[in-house]
Design a protein around this ligand. Structure first.
Ligand code: PHE
Length: 372
């Protein structure tokens, strides 16, 4: 490094660097020169550092001279860089050819799974009625899945659902140590009511598990749960909300909806909900009101009811003050009916041909800007 330097050294340095810049025949070499001159440990930078030790007069003249040199070099580098880039482009244009007759490679667009599509449609419908989405864990304990929902211990109702039990959790006691894969999303109701005070207006989507396997049952499937708790909620609200929902979901304003008394430990009264359909000559199903002279058929699509006072109490809500309704339904079942998918098992086989057929265009989804 030059410790003491004269103005003439600057001229010599300029010539030296200019030669180096001109000799740089590609962009990498030019960059290397730039670093050795203007970089942190570059030659001009080193000279700059010596200014601090000079007396003020000398520092002024030499500092100015160095700044001029720096600017000149920076400009030279820029000019050389532009020239090199131009030259590189000219070489590429001369050597590279492009076959514009080649057909373009096909873009493969993914498809949205009918489960995801159906969940989005349901969210859209319930959001318009003011419901929020809640979540809960797939691995539950006996208390949240059964006891809090008014299934008495040892009661045969527990066998209504073929449960997958998991090894006991030694860190917990009693019913909370008994772990299982939730058999329904009703357990999310419990968690939500424990953490929130009414008014409560939520829906929940999630995987549920039961030991079963045939054309209409798989060990894992999806459910939707709806919960509405407030003062003065009645069965009329349940009927109105459910009727609006199924009609909106299936896009049929006059879809017949029927409520049949039924039993679930966590509701009182409880009802199963059926929708009307007719059978076409080829055996397929047509949802809707039967025309004159044709038989109106019914199929069950969900379970519902007024939340049992014991369930409210178990979650710290006063049943004298609050009431509400709940219902639960299978998402695959709704999708199968709406989109004519015959076999439940195919939902989980991950066959891309199935998805190409039954899946949805990702750019045309219910909540997307391009959808309805
Ligand atoms: N959890 C019930 C089932 O899985 C459905 C249900 C939910 C019924 C809420 C009534 C109220 O079958």
């Amino acid at each position: 490094m030059l410790k003491i330097w004269a103005m003439s050294d600057i001229q010599a340095l300029k010539t030296e660097i200019t030669d180096e810049i001109e000799a740089a025949t590609d962009l990498q070499k030019l960059e290397d020169v730039r670093v050795t001159v203007l970089g942190k440990k570059g030659r001009i930078t080193a000279l700059m550092k010596t200014l601090g030790k000079m007396d003020p007069e000398e520092r002024k003249t030499k500092g100015q001279a160095l700044n001029v040199l720096k600017d000149e070099i920076a400009l030279l580098i820029k000019t050389q860089e532009a020239a090199l880039k131009k030259q590189e482009m000219a070489e590429r244009l001369a050597t590279e050819t492009m076959d514009i007759s080649l057909p373009p490679r096909e873009e493969r667009k993914g498809r949205v799974h009918p489960i995801s599509q159906t969940i989005e449609e349901l969210v859209t419908i319930f959001a318009s009625m003011g419901f929020k989405v809640a979540e809960g864990p797939d691995i539950e304990d006996d208390w949240h899945n059964f006891t809090a929902l008014n299934f008495p211990p040892g009661h045969p109702a527990r066998e209504m659902q073929d449960t997958f039990f998991l090894p006991e959790d030694e860190r917990e006691e009693g019913e909370r140590a008994k772990k299982l894969l939730r058999t329904h999303t009703s357990s999310v109701q419990i968690r939500h009511m424990q953490e929130n005070q009414p008014p409560i207006k939520t829906i929940c989507f999630g995987r549920t598990y039961r030991s079963d396997y045939d054309m209409t049952h798989t060990p894992m499937f999806h459910q939707m749960e709806c919960l509405y708790i407030d003062k003065d909620v009645t069965m009329a609200h349940l009927k109105g909300c459910l009727t609006d929902f199924v009609r909106a979901f299936f896009g049929l304003d006059d879809l017949p909806v029927r409520f049949r008394p039924s039993f679930f430990p966590f509701v009182e009264p409880g009802a199963e909900v059926d929708i009307g359909y007719t059978k076409k000559a080829d055996g397929s199903i047509k949802l809707g009101k039967a025309p004159e002279g044709e038989e109106q058929k019914w199929m069950e699509i969900l379970g519902s009811g007024m939340v049992h006072p014991n369930v409210l109490k178990n979650c710290g809500i006063d049943p004298e003050e609050y009431q509400g309704f709940a219902f639960g339904t299978g998402i695959e079942r709704l999708a199968m009916l709406k989109y004519g998918i015959p076999d439940l098992r195919t939902f989980f086989e991950c066959d891309v041909r199935w998805l190409a057929h039954y899946g949805f265009d990702p750019l045309d989804r219910p909540n997307s800007a391009t959808g309805q």
